[in-house]
Ligand binder design. Structure first.
Ligand code: NAI
Ligand code: PHE
Length: 359
């Protein structure tokens, strides 16, 4: 993937790309839309195959934030930043990591509030504390420093609510969203996935889990889950696939053979082509697989961060709003049925209407 291919087909407002010679890190900030408010979205720090791949990821993720905020009814636009690490985080050392965070914070600060950030894959609330030393535009600081903490628990609650809504739509279980006895496969046992496993275990689900980190698998196994190889996730029979790792899990080809009845999870951009051809979503619909669009299901983190930091909500208000993800999904499912379109398209149409209303 190269920048010359990615940017001409992107409809965002701004994409900055910067290199820091001292650490060897690249920094990408993508502001997709400020129509509903200042752009907001997490900072992802990972090793990427190329800077072009990082720009492709940042721009797609920023676009997903725009529709996530719109569907969740939050007064924010969509943005995202990606830090291209010169080596895996564990190999960087603390001083180099701190400098990387400081350079990123300086870049965010230069945008003067057009973009506000928060935690995402590879960054935590503790990292937001460090960003906050340099910029006021970092949300999701740790509770110890007066922040609201990570949005991961709210995201997990929203994802579990989405699982229940999608299970009811598929007519599985008790028909009311109960997951007792249903086989759930959770891919990715990080901050969100591990909490989804707890919620599903409490609700009596039969749990399968997969992670590239054996320690995380062992922890889930101790709670009664059975471990599946990461390579087998899209080939393992289950009722509900819950993607909570990275995006791009399901392309049109994979959708043709996916052995499950429901897909509902946290990972951003689960469908490899959702913003282009929409083919994967169509295949899922044709096969009768209920797909809860990721940007609807995973909005709990955004609701937490924007609710607590921008709107002054209490944690209870955040929880109530997060639980409304279920109602939003029922509407998306009903629209998809009524108009004969995919659930992905129905959710995108809902976002488009909210964005048009704000114009
Ligand atoms: P995390 O970084 O804490 O956890 C990700 C987990 O996925 C890790 O345990 C990692 O080892 C595992 N993983 C990576 N590649 C894998 C693979 N190929 N197969 C199996 N496991 C793999 O991330 P977090 O915060 O739990 O987020 C999960 C997903 O949800 C991400 O895509 C994130 O963008 C998305 N998301 C997170 C939100 C939050 O509040 N944390 C909010 C909205 C979306
Ligand atoms: N990174 C998370 C997401 O994709 C949480 C987040 C939301 C971070 C909004 C910053 C701003 O939703």
């Amino acid at each position: 993937m190269d920048i010359e291919t990615v940017l001409p087909s992107w409809d965002g407002e701004l994409c900055s790309v910067l290199f820091d010679r001292e650490t060897g890190a690249w920094f990408v900030i993508a502001v997709h839309s400020t129509r509903l408010g200042p752009a907001s979205g997490g900072t992802r720090a990972m090793v990427y195959p190329s800077v072009g791949d990082a720009v492709a990821d940042a721009t797609r993720l920023a676009a997903a934030m725009t529709i996530k905020m719109a569907v969740a009814g939050l007064p924010m636009g969509g943005g995202k930043s990606v830090i291209v690490l010169p080596a895996p985080r564990a190999a960087l050392g603390d001083d180099r990591w701190r400098r990387i965070l400081r350079v990123h914070a300086e870049n965010v600060q230069k945008l003067g509030g057009t973009y506000t950030t928060g935690p995402d894959i590879g960054t935590s609330s503790a990292d937001m504390d460090v960003l906050r030393e340099t910029t006021a535009f970092a949300f999701g600081r740790s509770v110890a420093t007066g922040g609201p903490g990570s949005g991961a628990p709210a995201t997990a609650l929203g994802v579990f609510t989405a699982v229940r809504a999608a299970v009811a739509e598929a007519g599985l279980g008790d028909g009311n969203g109960g997951v007792a006895g249903l086989r759930l496969l959770v891919q990715g046992l990080g901050a969100v996935g591990a909490r989804v496993v707890e919620l599903a275990a409490e609700a009596g689900a039969d749990l399968l889990v997969a992670d590239v980190d054996p320690e995380r698998c062992a922890a889930a196994e101790a709670q009664g889950a059975r471990v599946v190889s990461p390579a087998e996730v899209t080939r393992t029979r289950c009722d509900v696939l819950v993607p909570c790792a990275t995006g791009g899990l399901i392309d049109a080809r994979g959708a043709r053979t996916l052995p499950c009845a429901v897909v509902a999870g946290a990972a951003n951009n689960q469908l490899a082509d959702s913003d282009r051809s929409g083919q994967a979503a169509r295949v899922l619909t044709q096969r009768g697989i209920v797909y809860a669009p990721d940007f609807v299901a995973n909005a709990g983190g955004a609701i937490h961060i924007v609710g607590r930091e921008v709107l002054g909500w209490t944690e209870d208000q955040v929880t109530r709003r997060t639980l409304q993800i279920g109602r939003t999904l029922h509407r998306v499912f009903a629209d998809a049925r009524a108009y004969g379109i995919t659930t992905e398209q129905a959710a995108r149409d809902l976002a488009a209407r909210r964005l048009a209303d704000a114009a």
